[in-house]
Ligand binder design. Structure first.
Ligand code: BTN
Length: 263
């Protein structure tokens, strides 16, 4: 699963958090940081433990997709033990933390494509994966996995995939990966400690969503639905309005923006 573990702890001055990243486990190469984080969580590691990989050989994305994670890009997972009612908001706080941090460190403008893609222009630069185990309404653990194309734009095999980009290409220069990771951990901890989700948090998330008001195709639970992405509700679910005026609420799915297909 992993090669050459190095565990280290940031000092208070370099990372301004109380929980997130107090314990950091670094591997030059792993199958997936989600696997290592899950193993750590099952052993009861501290809240906010971070697993970072140099590269992943079996990186994964949502809906059983592969996440290509070559050396030079960011791949890490954070272990949390939230209340069950907070689970739907982990993607909200993670997406906001990534979007804000990329903007803060690089000056590049970002958008969010519901529920978990971070875009620059119309191209995907980052993805978020949440995995959890719940037993009798108690969260045993939740893992927030974040991948960011920093130095390399992966070559995608799926023709339907959103076009991708990397920060280096967008900026025309290098970014320091640790600065981005630190900023994300700080932003995400602040938002996590604010849960349950506040109105300003939801408002910022909605404002950053490129999806709203757009004609979309949503793959959810094996079916494809088409309509206009009208709104997101207080739990982060998407309200899809069909052409006949009726509507449905989607908790999880994969969205394609139809007005510029292949997005
Ligand atoms: C997606 O866009 O579908 C989500 C991609 C999530 C990728 C990250 S990289 C760190 C962590 N480890 C993984 O195997 N996946 C997540």
């Amino acid at each position: 699963m992993a090669e050459g573990k190095t565990s280290r702890t940031f000092t208070g001055s370099s990372l301004q958090t109380g929980l997130f990243g107090r314990k950091i486990i670094y591997y030059p190469r792993v199958t997936s940081t989600m696997d290592v984080a899950r193993e750590e969580a099952r052993k009861g590691t501290d809240t906010g433990t971070v697993v970072i990989a140099g590269d992943q050989t079996e990186g994964r994305g949502r809906i059983k997709r592969t996440w290509l994670s070559p050396k030079g890009n960011i791949a890490f997972s954070v272990v949390l033990y939230p209340e069950v009612s907070y689970l739907p908001f982990l993607v909200v706080i993670a997406a906001l933390a990534v979007a804000r941090s990329i903007e803060e460190i690089t000056g590049l403008e970002t958008q969010i494509k519901w529920p978990n893609d971070i875009l620059i222009g119309k191209k995907k630069v980052s993805g978020i994966l949440i995995e959890n185990e719940v037993k009798r309404k108690k969260v045993l653990y939740a893992i927030v996995g974040i991948g960011i194309n920093t130095d390399v734009t992966p070559v995608q095999k799926e023709s339907s995939a959103l076009p991708a980009t990397c920060l280096k290409d967008e900026l025309g220069g290098n970014v320091i990966r640790t600065n981005i990771i630190k900023q994300i951990l700080q932003e995400m901890e602040r938002l996590y400690l604010e849960l349950p989700v506040s109105e300003p948090m939801l408002r910022e998330w909605r404002d950053r969503l490129v999806t709203l008001g757009r004609s979309v195709r949503v793959c959810s639970d094996g079916t494809t639905l088409e309509g206009v992405a009208e709104a997101v509700d207080a739990t982060g679910s998407l309200l899809l309005r069909y052409a006949d005026g009726s509507s449905t609420t989607i908790v999880a799915g994969d969205v394609t923006l139809r007005d510029n297909d292949k997005e």
